[in-house]
Design a binder for this molecule. Structure first.
Ligand code: NTF
Length: 825
């Protein structure tokens, strides 16, 4: 029988009236439940499936729209995506909020009650992964034909438990229940080869290479919809999962090699088992290296398949595709594309190189030397022998050009080589990414300057045109509309809803900073948000805090350069002051809130968490200070937690050592929600200051040049300790085991490191930090002024929408325009 496609394609329209029916259908016929047996999870599932139907209609239509447009496609390659929960976000972006609520009313179901049942997807470590998630949202909202590629880790970032004040890592089983937002696309499975040898042969006198790999893993794609805001666009995030092919097993099994077959299978499938829980120092791990190639190989094959539907002339490739590398993690794709073009498609080397170079863009996210990836040549020899040959040949050609430009300068050859010779032979992935891309960008103005001048000056001199800046941004849909609905509503009431897709509209709020009624409503919203946070704090930590306390917040990965340590030392200082002077009659309660994960192998970061928790225990239970300070560490920081904390915050701590934070994006989320920043002149803090005005932000501390001078001079932290009574008191108190009575000496490594090295200049900035906090406290007393500043912060954050960032990528790097349906369709 022939299908009648006209009928099959007829759209299911999601009317308010029929929503309840859809929901009941899913509950009954998918879940097999009725009102007696349905659990809350069942209800959530049925709700999510109902919404998914709505999404799929638009998803299919988007694919048709893009295919018809024949537009160049954007391929965003990222090893990490920190998506957070998708249920609310999808409903909001679909614009289905009201319909859904009303449609379900007659059943007495309010969808918002069920949001906590969604397991959040946390396939990333921190800023880099969350940025990728914000970018997906913006690309869909801006009608850009983009596909995100990533890995479908079975275990995302670990769950952080706290046990006796120490971080304990537990597996994150996010796939334990159904993941309603993903669809397996078995038909697009691809093979990924590893190992083996390279054979050489000749055709018409030309040398050719044949890679004979030793084993093969399959990449199975799972697609997740990325819903644009209010534009009927649904883009795709395609995540790859590793599997060993059945035939492969069977063959070995038949040969009586069962154990080997099974262990190869386990080996192959471990490739996407777990996310590496360290955003900086994992290099050196062979599994990670194989994971990266698996990711790249799957994605490039998929990109090629799509390209070949459009053209068979590979010279068209850069006109049809642009591949953005989110850090160096996917940079082996440059060698992989070369391999496909030269070995499989038999293009001449120079032609292939020209195509490759035009197709890639590379974004750098950190200048910390320990995070610049370098892979041992041995790894290539073992797993990617052909790629190694390609990289060597690229290097040979490249160094030839360098030596022509710099005759007689051997030093520059050593510095720029793709290969580091000593102490171990390694491939410098950032160098490969730079020579193989049309664009190299940093993520804030200052970071892009540092890249050019300090980290990659040789490359900047050779290819000045490649280097550019794209200051990060955040999506206003999740970080204001969804996370702070009351503030979003107030804003919309005053200036209309255009701000949701054009954040610069917030400027129109400036005039309300002087409006008494507006300020009152603004304050009330903050207070309501604080009440919600206070409840959460009590549930999660047992600590009771006042609703109207000053909430001073530092939430981010725990790292020495981010200086949570300086924050807690300052808290100890305040505690000493309170105990000594006891003049706290009219002072408001101050809550110092911390959250963040430490890399499992990062000892110092873990000890900083321990110190925060021990200090919290002492301070929170000291009756002498009459609850004037509370210290809270909320375990298991994640996107959904940030959504509750940020709208309730008064003071946002952005206190990294100048020059170390590439951009920061948390800083933007706080200011957009009306928190005032205490920050160093680092990353995007500088641009936030320029936007909101110097008088509406609290900056302090050494700037980048001063830090550099200190590092180059002879910095003596011990001297600062002995001369500065505030520092001395705090350190002495810690060393006296005041915070570690039952575990004497445990904080010695922290104190020692500060006293002898203080790599991140905590002591050097301590006084300035303390004084800045004093100023903040004074200013907070003038509530009217404070609220005014907070409103001006919100009003002036327009620049930091990820829509602005993505528009810049699209115009300057990708050269791709939005694809819009023709009018009348
Ligand atoms: C981070 N880098 C930077 O540390 C942040 O400053 C920046 O805001 C984000 O990237 C996003 O650009 C990383 O996470 C990594 F992995 F590169 F270290």
């Amino acid at each position: 029988m022939k299908a009648n496609w006209d009928n099959i394609d007829a759209q299911i329209t999601m009317q308010k009236e029929s929503l309840a029916n859809f929901f009941v259908h899913y509950l009954k016929f998918f879940g097999g439940k009725d009102r007696y047996s349905a659990s809350e999870l069942d209800v959530y599932n049925a709700l999510a499936y109902t919404i998914r139907d709505h999404i799929i209609e638009k998803w299919l239509a988007t694919k048709v729209l893009y295919n018809k447009s024949h537009s160049k496609r954007i391929y965003y390659l990222s090893m990490e995506y920190l998506l957070g929960r998708l249920f609310s976000n999808n409903i909001i972006n679909l614009g289905a909020d009201k319909e859904f609520r009303e449609g379900l009313k007659k059943l007495g179901v309010d969808w918002e009650d069920y949001t906590p049942w969604e397991r959040e997807s946390a396939l990333g470590n921190g800023g880099l992964g969350r940025l990728a998630a914000c970018f997906l949202d913006s690309m869909a909202t801006l009608n850009l034909p983009a596909i995100g590629y990533g890995l479908r880790y079975e275990y995302g970032i670990f769950r952080q438990d706290i046990c006796q004040g120490y971080q304990v890592e537990e597996p994150d089983e996010w796939l334990k229940f159904d993941n309603i937002w993903e669809m397996k696309r078995i038909e697009h499975t691809v093979p990924v080869h590893f190992g083996g040898e390279v054979e050489t042969y000749h055709i018409d006198g030309v040398e050719k290479f044949n890679w004979c790999p030793s084993y093969t893993v399959l990449g199975i794609p799972y697609d997740m919809p990325v819903v644009g805001y209010g534009n009927n666009i649904v883009n795709t995030l395609r995540l790859w999962s590793a599997k060993v092919s059945e035939e492969f097993d069977l063959q070995d099994f038949n040969q009586g090699n069962y154990i080997d077959a099974v262990s190869e299978k386990v080996e192959g499938e471990t490739l996407t088992k777990v996310l590496y829980p360290d955003d900086r120092t994992e290099s050196g791990r062979e599994l990670r290296f194989r994971q990266q190639y698996f990711f790249v190989c799957c994605s490039i094959q998929d990109i090629m398949r799509k390209f070949l539907k459009e053209s068979s002339d590979f010279r068209d490739f850069p006109k049809k595709a642009v591949i953005q590398l989110n850090d160096t993690h996917p940079s082996i794709s440059i060698a992989e594309l070369m391999r496909i073009l030269v070995d499989e498609k038999h293009l001449p080397w120079d032609v292939a190189w020209d195509i490759t170079r035009k197709s890639f863009g590379y974004t750098n996210h950190t200048i910390l030397p320990e995070a610049l990836e370098k892979w041992p040549v041995e790894f290539f020899q073992r797993h990617l022998p052909r790629h190694l040959q390609i990289i060597y040949k690229l290097n040979q050609h490249f160094l030839q050009e360098v030596s022509v430009q710099n005759p007689g300068d051997n030093d520059i050859l050593r510095r720029m080589s793709l290969v580091e010779e000593y102490p171990q032979k390694k491939i410098r992935m950032a160098h490969l990414a730079i020579i193989g891309s049309t664009s190299v960008n940093g993520v804030s103005e200052i970071h892009s300057e540092i890249l050019k001048e300090q980290v990659m000056p040789d490359f900047y001199n050779s290819f000045p045109h490649k280097f550019n800046n794209k200051t990060n941004g955040i999506t206003p849909r999740r970080w204001l509309l969804q996370a702070n609905p009351s503030l979003a509503k107030l804003i919309t009431e005053k200036i209309g809803k255009e701000w949701i897709t054009d954040l610069s509209q917030l400027k129109k709020l400036e005039k309300y900073a002087d409006d008494k009624d507006f300020r009152k409503r603004f304050d009330k919203i903050k207070l309501e948000n604080k009440k919600k946070l206070a409840k959460l704090i009590e549930i999660e930590t047992g600590v009771v805090v006042e609703d109207d306390a000053i909430f001073d917040v530092q939430i981010k990965r725990i790292h020495e350069y981010k200086r949570q340590l300086m924050n807690i030392l300052h808290v100890i200082h305040l505690y000493c002051e309170l105990r000594d002077h006891k003049n706290f009659k009219d002072a408001p309660q101050r809550v110092f809130l911390f959250a963040g994960k430490a890399a499992p192998g990062y000892y110092m970061a873990k000890m900083i968490i321990k110190l925060i928790l021990n200090v919290a225990k002492v301070i929170n239970n000291d009756e002498l200070i009459k609850d004037k300070i509370k210290v809270v560490f909320i375990p298991n920081y994640k996107v959904s937690l940030a959504e509750t904390i940020i709208p309730a915050t008064d003071i946002s701590e952005q206190i990294s050592t100048a020059g170390k934070e590439a951009s920061g994006t948390g800083n933007m989320k706080f200011a957009l929600n009306g928190a005032l920043t205490i920050g160093t002149l680092d990353g995007a803090n500088i641009e936030i200051m320029n936007e909101v005005g110097k008088e509406n932000i609290f900056t302090f501390g050494l700037d980048i040049d001063e830090i550099k001078a200190k590092r180059e001079g002879n910095y003596e932290p011990y001297q600062l300790y002995s001369e500065n009574p505030n520092i001395k008191k705090v350190i002495d108190l810690i060393q006296s085991n005041f915070f570690s009575l039952h575990e004497p000496g445990i904080f010695e490594p922290i104190c020692n490191s500060l006293l002898t090295q203080d790599q991140y200049f905590v002591f050097a900035d301590f006084n300035a930090y303390m004084e800045c906090h004093e100023k903040i406290l004074q200013e907070y007393k003038n509530q009217k002024q404070w609220t005014k500043k907070a409103i001006l912060n919100v009003a002036r954050m327009g620049k930091f929408s990820s829509d602005r960032t993505i528009n810049e990528y699209a115009a300057d790097i990708w050269k791709v325009s939005p694809v819009k349906p023709k009018k009348g369709k």
